[in-house]
Design a protein around this ligand. Structure first.
Ligand SMILES: C[S@@+](CC[C@H](N)C(=O)[O-])C[C@H]1O[C@@H](n2cnc3c(N)ncnc32)[C@H](O)[C@@H]1O
Length: 329
């Protein structure tokens, strides 16, 4: 991949990209990063690139001629031009993934009050913001984009390191531990020391979803979750009282039991069944086992998880866990 940066402050880019993954990607020939000073395209003796805004007001605006010429020359026939802007689309992992597929990016760092709008109209393919705040210039945002994109370029990082990272599949990564097994009285969760890879995978997935629900519930609507995982999600408080009949009907029709629907929507199972009956829905037999099977619980219990941890893992009460352990015997 090639990335050209257009900036008024090229030296700002020297140190951040002299270290770590971006530096390694450059020396391995995976990333060709070229930082150019917009002043190179200024035509007057003083290399002026900004001017006062039409209509008055504070600050200066980047003039259209030097910047337009710079973009035209640097983008060539293949460059995809991204302007860093506080007004742009919010940069996220999905956008980073899309940009990493492009062979040639041109990142334009604005400064002062911003860039003459005619340059944006004529030359910019995408405006990107790194967050809802205003920075002095587009240099730091450009560095953020370069870092996030470079680690997704094939061959830069071992692909297994990218799996299950935060924002992969729309959820956050769960907690991580390393040696020693006990530190200042806090133990590493027993399942991670069990050597049971299936149990570890399932624990990590559950922790990742739990953490996302706790810290970034806004991500869950778009997250790639199975229907069962979705049914076990904790319910945000405001939804509890206002559950539409149609939502209950659809959840039940998708095969989820009334017990889990109740937990999902913050209602009692009896209320769910009552409302479904009132809608004319034929209820399925209640004899089928709800929640995890005895075998599933027994298997994870063998890794050392406590009853409380198992209950949290499966999204059921501790009474259900005790019941399954009794059945397993
Ligand atoms: C002081 S800002 C200009 C802000 C502009 N007057 C406005 O109100 O939207 C100068 C430059 O910093 C960059 N910038 C500032 N905040 C940014 C953000 N959150 N994301 C990306 N770029 C940003 C842009 O390149 C912008 O042209």
């Amino acid at each position: 991949m090639r990335i050209d940066v257009l900036t008024l402050f090229p030296r700002m880019f020297e140190s951040p990209f002299a270290e770590s993954i971006v530096a390694r990607a450059r020396s391995a020939g995976r990333l060709d990063l070229v930082v150019r000073d917009i002043r190179e395209w200024a035509t007057d003796r003083h290399r002026v690139v900004d001017d006062a805004p039409y209509g008055g007001g504070a600050g200066m605006v980047l003039k259209p001629e030097p910047l337009g010429s710079a973009i035209r020359e640097v983008r060539g026939s293949s460059g995809y031009v991204v302007l860093l802007s506080a007004q742009g689309r919010l940069f996220d992992q999905a956008v980073a993934g899309q940009l990493a597929l492009r062979p040639h990016l041109v990142l334009v760092a604005g400064h002062y009050e911003g860039v003459d709008e005619r340059v944006v109209e004529a030359h910019v393919d995408l405006e990107l913001s790194i967050g809802d705040y205003v920075l002095t210039g587009g240099e730091l945002p450009a560095m953020v984009v370069i870092d996030a994109v470079t680690r997704l370029v094939p061959g830069v990082i071992d692909p297994t390191s990218l799996e299950h990272e935060s924002h992969d599949q729309g959820v956050l990564e769960g907690p991580q531990y390393t040696r020693p097994p006990e530190h200042e009285g806090r133990r590493v969760p027993a399942v991670l020391l069990s050597g049971d890879h299936a149990a570890i995978t399932s624990w990590r997935r559950a922790e990742s979803i739990r953490r996302t629900a706790e810290r970034r519930p806004d991500l869950l609507a778009q997250a790639r979750l199975t229907p069962a995982e979705r049914a076990r999600l904790p319910v945000p408080a405001p939804e509890r009282t206002q559950v539409a009949d149609e939502d209950l009907r659809l959840a039940y029709a998708s095969g989820i039991g009334s017990y889990r629907i109740a937990a999902r929507f913050g209602l009692s199972a009896a209320t769910v069944r009552l409302r479904l009956r009132a809608m004319g829905v034929r209820l399925r037999s209640r004899t089928a086992l709800r929640g995890p099977t005895a075998l599933e619980v027994e298997r994870l219990r063998a890794t050392g998880l406590t009853v409380r941890e198992l209950a949290r893992h499966f999204g059921v009460s501790h009474v259900t866990i005790l019941d399954r352990l009794k059945r397993a015997k």
